[in-house]
Design a protein around this ligand. Structure first.
Ligand code: S3P
Length: 436
């Protein structure tokens, strides 16, 4: 595999079709983790066979869990129970995945064996104290590098439940602590400053593990067990987001996205696009294993700029690269604030997007916690994705409004969340050439 895959995207005019994007990444990670520590065999459909969730799968195999090879998103996990994981003989490589590293950190801090978590260059520069600080309060023995980054070295210890007010609205931190809380003596309570994704809570309930939920609080106690179950993972709204925005900015577009997860804690992208004037409809809504799902129809409609409500930020946190492209194509000005978290994702997404928007000639002003974007003519040029999958995919869909070719560098990591992205966008009308 080449280290620097390039996307060459010619100006494209319309997005059409009826497609299903791959499975939800957040739910895929959690399905492996909980299936592994459950009693019995868990069957999963719709699993994301992307590098991030496969890193989680491999980590559990290295801890002695038997997991069948995924076939078209289906697999079985022979759960070993809460206390059946085995010591991994080598460091566990989480690749590019912050979710894998932070969630496993919580689970592993509570085991009676030592472990080491490592990641790629991007992951090794991301902040980990947000999970290790509260875990240490629970009694965990964990060492980081001086900068508060991975490798994470974990020694066995006995945990005790805590009451933790999260300083940032982070589902990864919340989930890390809930997984540690399965083992910690007494009650572990996590309070979130703003609503963020609740897949861990829903899935724990799906596995029959009792939790207590209040408005912005969740409590878990030790002493229970997870019972194996069947999980049908919906398509990832974070991957669907590129198509939603693509159809919104290309006149004549009409697209159906099938079986997409529309959990209320994830639909910020739809709320924001609708506030900008988008024509997005749920054709069919249903519920799968506690998760809301819909077929979504999106048709072109002219967008206008808005001030993005701050409460929507955690609900759309992964969709801002795509939303910045929507803002670049909207009439008037779009303002984002309260989104400093974007600076510590797979790349500094505010700066990486601003650099690309500059290349395309889009008027914008960078702020420490956001950006102001004024709708402009989209030009073309060479853009560095900084190895960030969502930056690469966002600029791919910008071709639907571009005057000239857009070349995107360093696109390998698209495979972390969206295997088959290139083929799928081609099938819907984007003129994309992949150069290895
Ligand atoms: C995720 C939570 C979010 C999100 C990430 C996936 C999860 O991160 O950005 O892609 O699965 O819990 P934060 O919890 O850091 O906001």
């Amino acid at each position: 595999m080449s280290l620097k895959k390039i996307f060459q995207v010619a100006p494209s005019r319309v997005l059409q079709g009826s497609i299903r994007v791959p499975g939800d990444k957040s739910i895929s990670h959690r399905s492996i983790i909980m299936g592994a520590i459950a009693e019995g065999t868990t069957h999963i459909d719709g699993f994301l066979e992307g590098e991030d969730s496969l890193a989680t799968l491999e980590a559990f195999r290295k801890m002695g869990v038997e997991i069948s090879e995924p076939v078209n998103g289906s697999l079985n996990i022979q759960g070993v129970g809460l206390h059946g994981l085995q010591v991994p003989v080598q460091p566990l490589d989480m690749g590019n995945s912050g979710t894998a590293m932070r969630l496993l950190c919580g689970l592993l801090a509570a085991q009676n064996f030592p472990s080491v978590l490592v990641g790629d260059e991007s992951l090794s520069s991301r902040p980990m104290r947000r999970v290790t600080d509260p875990l240490r309060l629970m009694g965990a023995k964990i060492e980081l590098e001086d900068g508060g980054t991975a490798p994470i070295r974990i020694s066995p210890s006995k945990l005790t439940g805590i009451n933790y007010d999260m300083p940032v609205a982070s589902a990864q931190v919340k989930s890390c602590l809930l997984l540690a809380g399965l083992y910690a003596e007494g009650a572990t309570t996590v309070t979130e400053p703003a609503i963020c994704r609740n897949h861990t809570e829903l899935m724990l309930q799906g596995f029959g593990y009792p939790i207590e939920l209040a408005a912005n609080k969740v409590t878990i106690r030790d002493g229970g067990m997870l019972k194996a179950c069947a999980i049908d993972i919906p398509a990832d709204i974070s991957s669907a987001a590129f198509f939603l925005v693509g159809a919104c900015i290309a006149p004549g577009s009409d697209l159906i996205l099938k079986h997409v997860g529309i959990n209320p804690t994830r639909v910020g992208v739809i709320n924001i696009l609708r506030a900008m004037g988008a024509n997005i409809e749920y054709l069919k809504q249903y519920n799968v294993g506690g998760e809301a799902v819909a077929d979504i129809q999106v048709r072109y409609a002219p967008l206008h700029g808005i001030d993005i409500p701050v409460d929507q930020v955690p609900l759309a946190i992964d969709e801002f690269p795509a939303l910045f492209i929507a803002a670049a194509c909207a009439a008037g000005t779009t303002t984002l604030s309260g989104a400093e978290e974007l600076r510590v994702k797979e790349s500094d997404r505010i700066q990486a997007m601003a650099d690309g928007l500059m290349t395309l000639g889009v008027e914008h002003e960078v702020k420490p916690d956001g950006i102001i974007i004024t709708g402009s003519t989209i030009g073309g040029g060479v853009i560095d994705s900084k190895g960030d999958h969502r930056i690469a995919m966002a600029f791919t869909i910008a071709a639907l409004a571009a005057e000239r070719e857009i070349t995107i560098l360093d696109c390998n990591n698209v495979a972390t969340s969206f295997p088959g992205f290139a083929e799928l966008v081609q099938s819907c009308g984007i003129d994309l050439k992949v150069v290895d």
